[in-house]
Design a protein around this ligand. Structure first.
Ligand code: AP5
Ligand code: ZN
Length: 217
């Protein structure tokens, strides 16, 4: 199964991707996570991407396309993968088509998570994650079951993203509506789009996504 999770910042793409990984055993390819790893490692790509990400703008298409195209060649992607946060522009969407066509593959489905702007800002402002394994939490909606201890790996180190503040969120939403939302029509026209009400609680969203995945290869 090769699926795309499409939606604005804070819609729950990462949260749902982790659940799909756990259930279906296919890897999550998050360009945001890959870029943050490059920033932390201070690679050339990371140095170029940092200021752009901190401003809430999109990193250039050539950089992210190169990262993804290298990643999907890895053996663990042979059985399928979840694209989380990619593609994000029409150029990236066309590149995705080409990457898959070159391998004789097709997309299974594009799942769009729909969430109101006000709720997106609330979610992103309360978000934090495990510094060791990346599991995502929220100040009020999803606390670890033992305060201060990651449910997944037991780590006590947590972190917040520098772009998770109300001001940067404005720029991220602007980038989404201007550059990414045209992909909704793009995939609808290809018969690949399935939309999910991302305002529901996390388990209900997971249920709706699983119902969609049950109908695809
Ligand atoms: P990226 O890391 O992809 O961030 P994003 O798209 O802004 O999405 P988020 O990770 O913020 O949100 P999410 O939808 O995963 O939500 P989550 O599950 O965490 O990109 C960051 C930056 O990298 C970009 O701004 C750009 O600069 C660059 N970049 C990345 N990819 C790029 C590309 N392809 N091209 C160019 N540039 C690129 O949930 C959010 C919070 O809400 C959490 O706290 C969670 O616990 C909570 N939550 C989740 N679901 C629910 C629910 N149903 N109810 C209540 N709370 C919920
Ligand atoms: Zn952890």
């Amino acid at each position: 199964m090769r699926l795309i999770l499409l939606g604005p910042p804070g819609a729950g793409k990462g949260t749902q991707a982790q659940r799909i990984v756990a259930k279906h055993g296919i890897p999550q390819l998050s360009t945001g996570d890959m870029l943050r790893a490059a920033v932390a490692a201070e690679t050339e790509v990371g140095k170029r991407a940092k200021a752009v990400m901190d401003a809430g703008k999109l990193v250039s298409d050539d950089i992210v396309i190169a990262i993804v195209s290298e990643r999907i060649d890895q053996p663990d992607c042979a059985g399928g993968f979840i694209l989380d946060g990619f593609p994000r522009t029409l150029v990236q969407a066309d590149a995705t088509e080409k990457m898959l066509a070159d391998k004789g593959l097709d997309l299974s489905v594009v799942v769009e998570l729909k969430v109101d702007d006000k709720e997106l800002v609330r979610r992103v402002s309360g978000r934090y994650s495990c510094g060791n394994c990346g599991s995502v939490y929220h100040d009020t909606d999803k606390k670890p079951s033992v305060e201060g201890v990651c449910d997944t790996c037991g780590s006590t180190q947590f972190k917040r993203r520098p772009d998770d503040n109300a001001e940067t969120m404005k720029a991220r939403l602007e980038a989404y509506y201007k550059e990414t939302s045209p992909l909704i029509g793009y995939y609808y026209a290809k018969g690949k789009l399935k939309s999910v009400d991302g305002m529901k609680d996390m388990d209900a969203v997971t249920g709706d996504i699983e119902a969609i995945l049950a109908g695809v290869k």
